[in-house]
Ligand binder design. Structure first.
Ligand SMILES: [Zn+2]
Length: 199
């Protein structure tokens, strides 16, 4: 029983604490906290009592915490945006891009959130899917641009999950300038109504 709650930390034997989910929580000894003397805050809490996350959430800033993270904590009311749990003292907090940069996200504060380190890992895995679909969307956009360049009017619809041309009118300049497609002969192209040759 003694071993479960009392640990040796550095030269301090008898540090009260417990292990929860592989994290060690320790009760700060009085001697550790009294070293720093600052103006008293109402009640028993002090911004320097080690409860960094709590104070950052309350005040939106904390001397030991990056201003950007503290601001996010205040906005999120001290809770992780991924799991919804309140950040606890000692939790590792990381800043995450809600829409990843690689998926077109920006660096503005509206695209940032504070997450537990382990929640951030989970979210990053999900981000990879978003990044992948963003990339294929970009490739498709580029393809569409190229198609639009070659076609004056383009009408298409989804058929069997593929963008399928319904009734396109081929750009005439393309026909006269590049009539080297073996199957299509120049006279037919010139006289045929646009669109017919596409069938
Ligand atoms: Zn979380």
């Amino acid at each position: 029983m003694v071993k479960k709650y009392w640990h040796t930390i550095g030269t301090n034997n008898w540090v009260f604490g417990c292990k929860f989910k592989n994290k060690e929580y320790t009760l700060f000894r009085h001697s550790q906290t009294e070293v720093v003397r600052y103006t008293k805050v109402k009640g028993n809490s002090s911004p320097y009592d080690g409860n960094t996350n709590y104070w950052a959430s309350r005040m939106g800033k904390h001397p030991e915490m990056k201003k950007s993270v503290a601001t996010l904590l205040k906005k999120q009311k001290g809770k992780c945006n991924h799991c919804g749990l309140t950040f606890m003292p000692g939790d590792k907090i990381e800043t995450d891009h809600i829409t990843p940069i690689k998926a077109g996200g920006n660096n503005l504060k509206d695209n940032l959130q504070a997450l537990h380190s382990h929640c951030h890992d989970t979210k990053t895995k999900r981000d990879l899917k978003d990044i992948k679909s963003y990339k294929s969307q970009k490739i498709w956009d580029k393809t569409l641009k190229e198609i639009n360049f070659h076609f004056e009017i383009i009408k298409w619809e989804w058929k069997d999950d593929l963008p399928t041309l319904v009734n396109g009118t081929r750009n005439r300049s393309l026909f006269t300038e590049e009539p080297d497609e073996g199957k299509l002969s120049r006279p037919v192209l010139k006289t045929s109504r646009a669109g017919d040759s596409l069938a």
